[in-house]
Every structure is written in C-alpha cells, then in structure tokens.
Design a protein around this ligand. Structure first.
Ligand code: GLA
Length: 671
C-alpha cells in the first residue's frame, strides 16, 4: 500500500514538473543579509496555544466565527490562565492567487473581514495570533500560495497585520535545500522587526535538530499525527530519541495535540498530554473547543502537568528505561525536582517501578511524590511505583523535600490476573472459579497503618479472599499479598468486565482496575480440521480482514483470490496481510499444526514476510524470510500442551508493502 505521504510527494513532483514545464523553475530566495542567529527571545518555554488543523482541516468550520470563539473560550474557560497564548490559523486561510501587488489575499468566504481584523480581535483578548504557509510554491492543501521566493514581501505583510507566529510547512518545495528555505524565512521575519515565533514544519525530513537551533523556535520531528493511539505512540518513539537537541528557544515538535478529537479514549489522551509535557513539546490544542467535553477541558487545563512542560530549565525529558512496554520518562526541573512519567504502552495493565535515585535525585531519607493527575501527595523511601492501565500514564513530581514525613506513605495495589502467556487475553469462563492475587505494597519510609485490601467485581460475581487481607501494620517496602477466588455467574454474558483492587489505610487509599474478558471457550473438534473451518479467538491484519479459503485483497471482506503460491492453487487456507496474528483456543488438547506458507501470487514484487507458529508463549516454528519469488514452504509444529496457538506473520523487517501472506492448507490435529 502506498502511504498518504507518498501520494502527496507524487503530487508535489507532478506540480514541480508543471512548474518546470511552465519555465518558472528558477526560484530566487528573497533573503535579507544573513542574520547569524534566530535570537528572537521567543519560546523560552515551549509555545502553547491552538491550531485548527486537527479539528477542521480545510473544512467549512474553519472560519472567522470559529477562530473568534476559540479566542473567547481561551479567556472564559481558563485556558489563557493555564498558559495558552497563541491562536493560530493553519492551511486554507488565503485565496488561491496573490493580488496585483503579489500579496496574499485572505479567503473571502472564511475571513470576510480579513486577517488583520481577526488578529486585532485576538490581540484585544490579550492573546497572540499565528498564521501558516509553506516553504514551497503552494501549501500542502494546494489551495493557497506558498512563500518560497516571496519571503520578505510576505513577512512584511504579516507583520503589518500583527502576526506573532508562523508555522512554515514543507510541501511543494521544488527541491530547494531546506536549510536555505527556512533560513530565508527566519531572516525575513527578523527583518520585519516584529517578534514572530518561527515554527518549522519540515517533518524531520532533513534532521532539523542538527542544524535548526539558530533557525527556528521549534521544528517538527515527524510526519503528521492522526487521532489514534498507534499514531501517537509511533510519534513518541521518534521524538523521545531527540531529547538532547531541545532547549529554551528551540524545541522538538512532535506535532499538535489530538486531545478531545474522539479517536482515543481519555486514558490515551491523558498519556498524550503527559508525554508531550514530559518531552517539553509545544502544546497546541487541536480540537474544536466549542464542543469540548468536561474531561477534555480537565486534561488541557491540568496546571500540574503544564508546569512540567513549561518548566524554565527547559530540558526535554527522556526515557531512562523502556522495557516490556513499560516506559519511564524523567525530566529534570528548575527547582531540583524530577518529573517522572510511567507510561504503559501495552494493551493490559502493568506495574511500573523506578526510584528517586534512578530519576537522578540525591540520596535522602524520604521523598515527596505528587501525582499530577490525582493531585495527591505521598512520601516514599525511594521506590516510585504504580499499576498503570493499558495505554495509560501515571505522572508524578518527585522532590527530596525535607517535609516528606508529613504525607501518608505511598501505597499501591495491583491485581495479577493469570494469563496463559504474556499478552494473552485475560479470559474467565462463565461459572468457572479463577484464582487471582492482589498485592498491596508500601513504598513509604513510614509504616502504613490499618491496611485493608479489597477486590470487587461486577454485581452477581463471587469474589472471596482465601488468604489474609488485612494487617495492622505494613512496614516500609513490604507487600500484603492476598489470594482471591473470582467467579462470574454461569449465565454471565460474554463481554469485558472491571475488577477493582483497593487498598485502604490510615490517611489515604489506592486503587487500580483491570479488565477481564468473560467468554465461553470451545476447543477445536477432535481429529484433523482445516483452520479455515474452525473459529478463531481473535485475528488482526496489516490490511483488510483475515480471509478464509482465499487470499487477502487488502480492503473489504471477501475481496481476495484463490490462494496461490508460485503457481500452486490451494482450495483451503487463510489469507492474511502482515503484520498479522490469528489465535485459536486449543484447550491443551491439540497436538500439531501444519501449513504450506508463502507470499500469494497476486503480488508479483516486494512481498517479504516470515511465518511463525506459537504455542502459548513459545515460538515452535519459523519459516525464515519468504518473498514473492519463493515456492511454498511446508511448516509444521508440535503444539501439545498449549492452551492457545497463534499463527503470526511479520513484515520481514522492511515494512508491509505487498505482504499478502498465505497459510495454505492450514490444518490442526486435536484429540
Ligand atoms: C502538512 C502539515 C500539517 C498541516 C497540513 C496542512 O501536512 O504537516 O500539520 O499543516 O500540511 O495542509
């Protein structure tokens, strides 16, 4: 599959060609005498504000009324007080053509009173105003001109309108060197004499962190964010490796916020906001605040978290460990405190621990730990621990405060739900008793007094402690472990249910919730069956659904062809697209799985994958790398004793372009 970005570069190439054909290929950069540095005194802490792009793109909602309402809301809803300052317009604010003087013309439909009037309105609220264009001949949406070759004239116009901020994109750049293009605009902005924050947006393509410290106040480090967890996570992974390059006046920009746009849940949006803040990222709200929920506003105005982003020391926090999807980010703060973000990348709750020492704090008898989302403070002897929900972040501020002893000890609780292998679904069958343990741990220096551990399930469930669940005193660094029997009613409907552990003790309490899946599992029939005739437990694919008895056509169900590997056609099998995982419940009753595996003939180039068979947590077969050119390989494995079997296809390490993978004649034998 082609990516959106490659379609867009194709479009830029076509336009570039058109420009050359039209004989307008020579672009002279309108550069003022070179200034040595940016030196505009702006963004000493990361910029905060609003930009309409993520909420509206170039849709009709992007207009004067919207922008004015956002400015009003900044004042009335406490966002201005929380530090948000810039109200910025993205692509599509101008008409397609410049006027007779060669100046930008505000889009008459969206901004009937012009841009200057809007900037004046924003200024009248005590806020600042920003615009967008591209360091190319057209912007990315291609509905308005870019500023390449017009830098000085455009900067002058914007300054006359009262523009305080420029986001400068990278589309349609005609192949002109990025350093030249961005430096030309820096110099043009500087020559206006008006302080204009310069936000570079070349998506990290030319490694701006290596050269743009004196060019821009911030530079995008990645491609565009989209409103989903996978996109946010991949941006975190790219941006977190660049911490050393950020500092006051020059920040890494992992793109604007999606908080409130609806594609992630609030736990994920809290992670998004926490991670942007611990990474000292610009905080540009990207949702339509006129429709924001109370929860969205609570996230965006969390002053404890914003204080971490805006800390004047200006250090980008970086991970000190990233193990098993458990990331620990640390950001040193101006007063000597450390902000610590415990981020659980994975799909199930995990306990994440670190220590004041690992976070870089000096040795002390105790530390104060402030939870920046719960807004509570506890004392710790050194350990910082929490059970973090799937995709969640616990963010704390740790200080070697002499007053640590005035706070209750930091106690956390967690539930260990037994699973067949790490990452397996936490399944309980209706009417079946499952044994689980809770662990209440005191990380405080002081003892926790009158400790009681609770576990609660949904109405109608039986939840009983089978070991001790209270203790008069839980000493420092001790754990109260309790075993429980948990049983859903026999007629429990299939679905996801919450189990909540609570630890109550003198002066405070702690809580954590896990989700379990109630499901009636059925093992495959005895004898040998085609896997395409057996129901799977879950299946995931890089493109389109997993297909039974046909190849994967990438989009709708049933859009494949007869399974064919190097000319051999198979009637039975599974057609998947890397990365893929198909999981079966085998109830420890099955003995072997076999298949002829290979890349389907419907792709003639680029496909390269590996096929793996997993019995619970153990890989029991691996095809090695197979490409479009290879004949089918017979894969067979012993899966005896496994409760779950997974058929996994990886992208072979080179992305998943054309990775149509067939499990031809896939069969399972069970007793
Ligand atoms: C690029 C930028 C986005 C946005 C759009 C507008 O994709 O990276 O942030 O400005 O262009 O077209």
């Amino acid at each position: 599959m082609r990516t959106v970005r490659s379609i867009r570069s194709l479009a830029s190439a076509v336009i570039a060609l058109a420009v050359i054909v039209a004989g307008a290929a020579t672009i002279t950069l309108a550069s003022a005498p070179p200034a040595a540095a940016l030196d505009n005194g702006l963004a000493l802490t990361p910029q905060m504000g609003f930009n309409n792009w993520n909420a509206t793109h170039c849709g009709p909602d992007f207009n004067e009324a919207m922008v004015k309402s956002i400015a009003d809301l900044f004042v009335s809803s406490g966002l201005k007080d929380a530090g948000y300052q810039y109200v910025n317009l993205d692509d599509c604010w101008a008409e397609q053509n410049r006027d007779a003087n060669g100046d930008y013309v505000p889009n008459a439909t969206r901004f009937p009173h012009g841009i200057k009037a809007l900037a004046d309105y924003v200024h009248s609220k005590g806020l600042k105003f920003g615009l967008y264009t591209s360091a190319g001949t057209l912007t990315c949406a291609q509905t308005m001109p870019g500023s390449l070759g017009h830098e000085q004239q455009d900067a002058k116009l914007w300054a006359s309108w009262g523009v305080d901020y420029l986001k400068y994109d990278n589309c349609n750049n005609q192949g002109v060197d990025a350093q030249k293009r961005y430096t030309a605009m820096r110099d043009a902005l500087k020559a206006t004499g008006r302080p204009i924050l310069f936000s570079m947006c070349e998506w990290g393509q030319n490694k701006p962190w290596l050269w743009a410290k004196d060019v821009g106040n911030s530079w995008r480090t990645t491609g565009d964010i989209s409103d989903n967890y996978a996109s946010m996570l991949s941006i975190v992974h790219q941006n977190m490796a660049l911490a050393q390059y950020a500092g006051p006046g020059h920040w890494n920009d992992p793109d604007m916020l999606e908080v409130g746009n609806g594609g992630m849940n609030d736990t994920e949006y809290r992670s998004h906001f926490s991670l942007w803040s611990v990474m000292a990222a610009p905080l540009l709200i990207g949702s339509d605040l006129r429709k924001a929920s109370a929860e969205t506003m609570q996230i965006l105005t969390n002053k404890d978290v914003i204080a971490v982003d805006q800390d004047r020391l200006g250090v980008q926090g970086a991970p000190i460990s990233t193990d098993g999807g458990r990331d620990v980010f640390v950001k040193p703060l101006a007063n000597g405190d450390r902000a610590v973000a415990l981020f659980n990348e994975s799909d199930s709750p995990q306990r994440i621990t670190t220590s004041a020492k690992a976070a870089g704090l000096p040795a002390a008898p105790g530390y104060a730990v402030r939870d920046l989302w719960a807004h509570t403070t506890r004392e710790t002897a050194g350990t910082i621990a929490a059970t973090v929900p799937a995709h969640g972040t616990v963010m704390v501020r740790v200080s070697a405060s002499r007053r640590w002893a005035m706070y209750p000890p930091a106690v956390d609780t967690g539930i260990d739900v037994p699973v067949a292998y790490p990452g397996a679904l936490p399944i309980i069958q209706p009417g079946t008793a499952t044994s689980m343990t809770t662990a209440v741990t005191n990380s405080g220096r002081l003892p926790a007094i009158k400790v009681r551990s609770d576990l609660t399930g949904p109405d109608g469930w039986t939840v009983q402690a089978t070991t001790r669940r209270t203790t008069p005193v839980l000493a420092s660094n001790r754990t109260l472990a309790t075993t429980w029997t948990v049983q859903p009613p026999a007629d429990a409907k299939p679905g996801t249910y919450d189990l909540t552990a609570k630890a109550a003790y003198l002066g405070a309490s702690a809580e954590s919730t896990v989700q379990v899946l109630v499901l009636k599992l059925t093992a495959p029939p005895s004898g040998t069956s085609y896997l395409s005739d057996v129901s799977w437990l879950r299946a995931s694919n890089g493109w389109g659904p997993v297909e039974k008895d046909m190849s994967n056509g990438e989009t709708a169900a049933g859009d494949g062809h007869p399974i064919t590997i190097n000319g051999t056609v198979y009637k039975k099998g599974l057609g998947v697209h890397a990365p893929s995982s198909v999981e079966y419940y085998t109830a420890k009753k099955c003995t072997s799985v076999s298949a002829d595996v290979g890349v389907d003939d419907e792709k003639t180039a680029n496909g390269s994958v590996t096929f793996e068979l997993w019995a619970d947590g153990t890989k029991v077969a691996d095809s090695g790398l197979l490409t479009t050119a290879d004949a089918a390989k017979h894969l067979t494995a012993d899966v005896g004793g496994a409760a779950f079997v997974r058929l996994i296809v990886t992208d072979g390490g080179n992305g998943n372009d054309s990775d149509h993978a067939d499990w031809a004649d896939a069969q399972i034998t069970c007793s």
